[in-house]
Structures are given as C-alpha cells and as structure tokens.
Design a protein around this ligand. Structure first.
Ligand code: BES
Ligand code: MN
Ligand code: ZN
Length: 493
C-alpha cells in the first residue's frame, strides 16, 4: 500500500473518500473544515441529531468535486479520548473502506490536545493497515473487490514531518504484525520448521545489522539439546534451531528473545482430542512474534542488541515418538521426566532458555503459546506475564497501556514448585495436580533453566482468535509484537 502525508486544502484532494473524525462535545477544527467543504451539511447533520460523534459511529456524506465522499467517524467524548479510541475509530473507518470498497482514501488527522501528531499518525496507519489484512493464499479470489491501495494522511503544514515519522513507524509495525499473522495462519504442511528457518533467512537478507544462523539436527545434537530432540523424535520433519542476531548498538543492552516454534502440536503420544486440533498450527506463534519483533526493531533502528532463539519442531506421534515416562537430558544437564508429551512447549523452551545464557543477557523474554490454562484464566485478550524481577511489572504495564495490548501479571508461586518434582529425574514436565494452575506450573518449570532477568509471556490466549474485531480478523492475531517493541524502546540495563 502506498502511504503518503500531505498538507492541502480539501478542495485540492483527489481521494475517493475523505475520513474526518468528530467528537461528541464540540466541532473539531477539522470537522469545521469538512463542514465548509460540504457547504454546511455537517453542521446540519449534527443539528438533526443524526450523528453525534459517538465512538465508532460512522456516517457517509456525498459531496461534489474531486473527493466525492466524506466519512465522518465518531470518537466519543473528548475528555475520555485515548489512543485506543483513535485505533478503534480508525478500524471502524477501515471496515467501511473495505465494505464500500475504496481504493484511494485520505484521513484528515484531528488536532487533539492530548495526542501528538506523531502518535496519532502512527495509530491511524497501523490500524488501517491491520484492518485491511487478508490471508488470500489458498482461496480462489471471490468477486473482484477493490482493495485499499493508496492511503493519504492530511495534516497541517507544521505537522508534516512528525506525521511522516509516525506513519513510517506505524507501517513498519503493521507489516511485521501481518507477517506474524501469515505465519500463524499458514497450515502446518507449509509452515514447517524448515519454512520458519527460510523465513528467518529472508528477514536477515540484505540487512547488514542482522545475522542468521540455523542449527540443523547434527548441530542440535552437538549442543546436547536433548529436550528439543525428544519432542521432534516422532516427526519426519527436520527440527531447526534458529538464531537471529540484530546488532543495533555495540554498548547497548543485550536482550534475548525466545519463541516457541511448534509448527504443529498434536500432543504426541499424549494425543489431544480431535476437536479444534487444526488450530494447533499456530503453536509457533511465539516463534513468529520473535522474528517479527527483530524485523521491526531492525527497521526502526532501536539502539540495542537483540538475539532471537527459536526451537522449531513438530509434535507428532509415531513409532519413534517419545512416550510418557521417558527421561531425557536437557542441554542444561538437568534430566526431565516426560509425563505428558503434550507439555512439549516447556521442553523445547528449556533448551533454548539454557542456550540464551551464552549471550550473558541483560534480559530474556520468551513468547510461547504455552498452556491451555492461561486461556482458561485470562481469555483471548490478555497476555499472561510472569517475571523473576518485579521491577519489570510496571514497565510491562506501561507498554501494554501505550499499545492497547493488555497483559496480566501472573505469579511464579513457590508453593507449587513441589508439583514438578519427579521421583525418577531432576524435574517432571507436568504438575502432579495435572489440571489446575498449569500456566504457573509451566512457568515454574521454565524458571529452572534461567539464571538471568527474565520475562515469560504466555500468549496461548491472545495469539489466536475466533472473535473478530475490525482490526483483527479471525485466526492468528500477531498480538504481543507492538507490546514488545514498546517495552524494548524504553528498556535500559
Ligand atoms: N500448545 C499447547 C497449549 C495451548 C492450548 C495453546 C490451547 C493454545 C491453545 C501446549 O503445548 C499444551 O498442549 N499444553 C497442555 C499442557 C497439559 C498437558 C499440562 C494443555 O494446556 O492442555
Ligand atoms: Mn502441547
Ligand atoms: Zn504446544
């Protein structure tokens, strides 16, 4: 999509449709401009009480001249307006653009005292792009529908530079998110561990700040990643361990991102029930998020050093698969009793978290669709956030607030540690209470393999949705990427 920033009187615009924001309590300066352009018809509409500027309310007005349509979009009361209000309203406009459909749209950015032109432009760009997301790869195209191809942001001359900066950031983030969605939506016969490795190579290609290294089975063996190998044993697909390095600034903080890359989770010998099993193609959402964060961080030029570590494999049953009761030696040297082959995420992560120690990290963040229990606890909006350093909690909350990607702090409760003690090995991969509190048991399991400041984000709920919103269709969501970038932007050693 072509995105441009312009400063022109409305009569000089040439878009098919101009989006204009409105608040409930008064006429914004931009709404007045639109009113003048439409010879007083906006004011009339408002007097008639047909449109109050209620949040996400839209109203189409036909005009004459080069811009034949104006779409008024409500923001609600100005007092309670936040960036999220803008995102939702822009998404409502985005849905209208899709429905009509419109190829060339302009957005008249509102002047609002509480929001800078830059953040406003970023939010609008992000949302419009995300609202336009489609996954067309396996479907014959339906009737020829026009797609939005050209997006113009209209602003005052003094704000052009800041609006440009915001829209570039918004575009970088939205494109990274859409790549995460694509990877999560591709079926497991396409998005194999090898495919993830190829994706990492593509990201690194042509970027001198990015390096990629793929460990294949022999190197994985050499690294003694016994837990990853145990999970991959039942599959005919080759496991991969993907390493992406972004060098943004020599003396900057060192952060390692670890992403669960199970390209299909059948449960293995501890086979899952059939219902919804097809959704387990997104069990590599953590891996996709890590690659997306590194791509975006690099394009944004964040002044830090990032390493992405992705243990990638399928989890399938076969005559060669791991069995419940098997004991394997992880890279750390600790032995693990596999009680359930379906608790495979914590197995592959244990080797990656141990590998992260190599980098002497200031912080490690893992992203994993780790447990069904977190979905039960927090649903599909909230990320479950665990950390061994309390000081990260307010920083995580601030990033969640700024990006509209909410999270909820979860406890690494010591009282449950006894549940993952094994009679036969150093540790077991399933809590002895099986059913309850498994998101915590899983996090406690991972904690055994870290010796650095660490954040564990359980994204099992948020990474996939059956509940669409205007900027988030059904399927893989890409949630967590913007949160991570915002957090990293403000991270200091
Ligand atoms: N990938 C799943 C977790 C999951 C469940 C993600 C639902 C997204 C939606 C994970 O590997 C798993 O199977 N966890 C088991 C653990 C259990 C065996 C203790 C679960 O949550 O059922
Ligand atoms: Mn599983
Ligand atoms: Zn899994």
């Amino acid at each position: 999509m072509k995105i441009s920033v312009i400063s022109k009187p409305l009569e000089k615009l040439s878009a098919e449709l101009l989006v204009t924001f409105a608040v409930e309590d008064k006429l914004l300066p931009e709404e007045k401009l639109a009113d003048r352009f439409l010879a007083g018809r906006v004011a009339k509409l408002r007097q008639s009480k047909d449109f109050h500027g209620e949040a996400n309310q839209t109203r189409l007005i036909f005009a004459t001249g080069s811009t034949p349509r104006i779409l008024l979009v409500g923001l609600g009361k100005q007092k309670v307006l936040t960036l999220e209000t803008i995102r939702e309203a822009a998404a409502a406009a985005g849905s209208e653009l899709k429905r009509l459909p419109v190829k060339h749209a302009a957005f008249l950015l509102p002047s609002l005292p509480s929001l800078s032109p830059q953040t406003l432009a970023q939010a609008v760009t992000e949302t419009v792009l995300l609202a336009n997301y489609e996954f067309p790869y396996y479907k014959r195209p339906g009737k020829d529908r026009a797609k939005l191809e050209n997006l113009e942001l209209v602003t005052a001359p003094k704000d052009v530079a800041r609006v440009k900066a915001g829209s570039i950031t918004g575009q970088i983030l939205a494109e990274a998110i859409m790549a995460v969605r694509d990877l999560g939506n591709h079926p497991s016969n396409v998005a194999t561990p090898t495919h993830l490795a190829e994706h990492a190579k593509r990201i690194a290609k042509g970027n001198k700040n990015l390096k990629v290294k793929i460990l294949h089975r022999p190197e994985i063996k050499k690294e003694n990643m016994g837990a990853l190998l145990a999970v991959s044993q039942g599959s005919d697909e080759e496991p991969k361990f993907i390493i992406l390095e972004y060098h943004g600034r020599g003396d900057g903080p060192r952060v390692v991102l670890v992403g669960k890359g199970i390209t299909f989770d059948s449960g293995g010998i501890s086979l899952k029930p059939g219902e919804k099993m097809e959704e387990m193609k997104y069990d590599m959402a953590g891996a996709a998020t890590v690659m997306g964060v590194i791509k975006a961080a690099c394009e944004l030029g964040l002044p830090l050093n990032l390493v992405g570590l992705i243990p990638a494999t399928e989890n399938l049953p076969s005559g060669k698969a791991s069995r419940p009761g098997d004991i394997v030696k992880s890279r750390s040297g600790k032995t693990i009793e596999i009680i359930s082959t379906d608790a495979e995420g914590r197995l592959v992560l244990s080797d990656a978290l141990d590998y992260a120690k190599k980098y002497k990290p200031d912080l490690v963040i893992d992203f994993a669709t780790l447990t069904g229990a977190i979905v039960v606890a927090l649903g599909d909006d909230l990320i479950g956030a665990f950390t061994n350093r309390e000081r990260f909690v307010p920083q995580l909350k601030a990033a969640a607030e700024a990006t509209g990607e909410p999270l909820w702090p979860m406890p690494l409760y010591r009282g449950y540690e006894e549940f993952i003690k094994s009679d036969f090995a150093d540790i077991r991969n399933l809590g002895s209470t099986t059913k309850y509190g498994d998101a915590i048991n899983a996090a406690l399991f991972l904690q055994n393999f870290v010796d650095y400041p660490w954040i564990h984000l359980d994204i099992a709920g948020v990474a996939w949705t059956t509940r669409e919103k205007p900027y988030r269709p059904k399927g893989a969501t890409g949630t967590g990427l913007r949160l991570a970038i915002e957090f990293l932007k403000n991270f200091r050693k």
